[in-house]
Design a protein around this ligand. Structure first.
Ligand code: G3H
Length: 497
């Protein structure tokens, strides 16, 4: 077990001797009596407001005592720090990958992918920044004014990442924030905390003091307190829409706060009458159930045209029933233990609610619970009066409904609180083309004959309504964590020469 006692504040790994929180894996070990017991992975500090305040003070001085400090580092110097950090964590790949797997139950190949995707994201970000910097350093002369347009940092950024991509999604805000010259307070996710332990020394040695500081403790107390200080300039949160609203409200000048948010979603698949059913089944399985459906981009409701509903449901249910359920290191496994200990209970309540309103679980093992594993369930037919119709289940339940006319599904999407993505399955290009415009005006990505997803990370990742604020991607994030500024002077006869 890793019993972490240090926190990175003001360039020092400060030792903590107060309260700690035990980290248990969602992966349970079988006991001799046939029951289960949880595996203790270690413990982390439960620091308080005082430590968060010192982290904030350290960040502010790393930014404001400008005059030679982080925001005034050249782009090349900031890139060198990020590259040094990357080199160091690459040496600890196996350790970090194993911690992802044990802490959140993500399959081994997906945990490896999460690490490698993060490294690629950092490299692509560096490349994009070099290009942006070349564009920025040009001078423009307009109506007698000589201007150098720049991209400058915003200040103190609070980075809060999600438990489903504790490394990768946290870094999609952390790295652009740092590399653009902001200073950061980083609070690792509740599930997916220990994996930051092997990175603390790399943060410490690669960046100047105060540029990145870690926050450990009860997020529900500390984070609103930091926001209420009014000293957070950027809130970068990938997580729940409800928490984002609360945090923004806690800030005394929330209208001046830059928020970069990736939030809840209820992405729908529309399976048209002429769809290639086998392809739709394959994509909807991956789209709704990879990493147990715990992806903001997951398909969280399927609408099938009534003329093909029977065929689609038979094939889809068979495929779901055949998915491999097991431990994250087992080859080919898709369904694994869930990190949130209350999740199985919540998912069961969704199924009970759907059954009470006339739906059925179509696959025999759907909804079975073993330890922290929830067997994937196909629930049909989903109706407006059920929780599963509008609520983001964020777990391995696939609600399916039928439609007669596609306008019924368009109405569902228009009236949704969310607006991230949609998947559209069909083979007639004219029908598809007619649907693309109305859909793309409601969500931010329309996927044709494929599942919803975030990547490739070079593409914009955004959402409308309660699903997001700002756009993330390798390029967009550099803009999200900066502001356009300029240095201007009047053209004179002297300067013309
Ligand atoms: O949880 C939301 C993630 O951004 C999903 O990313 O589509 O690459 O799995 P993904």
């Amino acid at each position: 077990p890793i019993h972490q006692r240090s926190m990175l504040i003001n360039g020092e790994l400060q030792l903590w001797s107060g309260e700690t929180r035990e980290i248990r894996s969602p992966i349970l070990a079988k006991t001799a009596s046939g029951g289960f017991e949880s595996v203790v992975l270690g413990s982390v500090p439960v620091a308080g407001i005082a430590e968060a305040e010192s982290a904030l003070a350290a960040a502010i001085s790393a930014y404001d005592e400008g005059r030679g400090h982080w925001p005034t580092f050249s782009v090349a110097e900031r890139i060198a720090c990020v590259e040094e950090f990357t080199r160091q964590i690459q040496k600890r790949r196996e350790e970090i990958v194993n911690l992802i797997m044990w802490e959140i139950g993500k399959s081994l190949p997906d945990s490896q992918k999460e690490f490698d995707r993060t490294i690629l994201y950092i490299k692509d970000t560096i490349h994009a920044l070099k290009k942006l910097d070349n564009e920025n350093s040009r001078f423009q002369i307009v109506e007698g004014t000589i201007a150098q347009i720049r991209r400058s940092p915003l200040g103190v950024t609070l980075c809060l990442g999600p438990y489903n991509y504790p490394l990768n999604e946290t870094f999609t805000t952390l790295i652009p924030a740092l590399i653009m010259g902001n200073v950061v307070l980083l609070k690792p996710p509740k599930y997916g905390t220990l994996l930051y332990y092997p990175m603390l020394e790399a943060f410490r040695s690669a960046f100047p003091a105060g540029v990145i500081n870690t926050i450990y403790g009860k997020g529900s107390e500390i984070v609103p307190h930091l926001m209420a200080s009014g000293k957070i300039n950027v809130l970068a949160q990938i997580g729940s829409s409800r928490v984002a609203d609360q945090l923004k409200k806690a800030h005394p000048k929330s209208n001046r706060l830059r928020a970069v948010l990736g939030l809840d979603a209820k992405n729908a698949a529309i399976i048209l009458p002429d769809a290639d059913v086998d392809l739709a089944v394959k994509e909807c399985i991956a789209g709704s159930l990879s990493f147990n459906g715990q992806r903001c981009t997951a398909l969280k409701i399927l609408f099938v045209h009534q003329s093909i509903a029977e065929t689609f449901l038979r094939k889809f249910t068979d495929a779901v029933e055949k998915l491999k359920v097991g431990m994250p290191w087992e080859s080919g496994v898709m369904i694994t233990p869930l990190p949130d200990p209350d999740k199985c209970h919540y998912l069961s309540s969704c199924i009970q609610d759907a059954e009470a309103n006339g739906a059925k679980v179509l696959n025999p093992s759907g909804g079975k619970i073993v330890g922290n594993i929830f067997f994937p369930a196909v629930v049909f037919p989903v109706k407006p009066e059920m929780k599963l119709y509008r609520e983001e289940q964020f777990g391995p339940i696939v609600p399916v409904g039928t439609f007669e006319d596609v306008t019924e599904v368009l109405d569902y999407i228009v009236t949704s609180d969310y607006g991230q993505q949609v998947s559209l399955f069909g083979t007639n290009p004219t029908t598809i083309a007619k649907l693309v415009d109305p859909l793309v005006n409601q969500v931010c990505r329309v996927n044709i004959n494929c599942q919803c997803q975030r990547g490739p990370d070079i593409f914009p990742f955004a959402g409308r309504k309660d699903s997001a604020e700002g756009t993330l991607s390798v390029h967009d994030a550099l803009r999200a964590f900066s502001i356009r500024t300029m240095v201007a002077l009047k053209e004179t006869d002297q300067s013309k020469k």
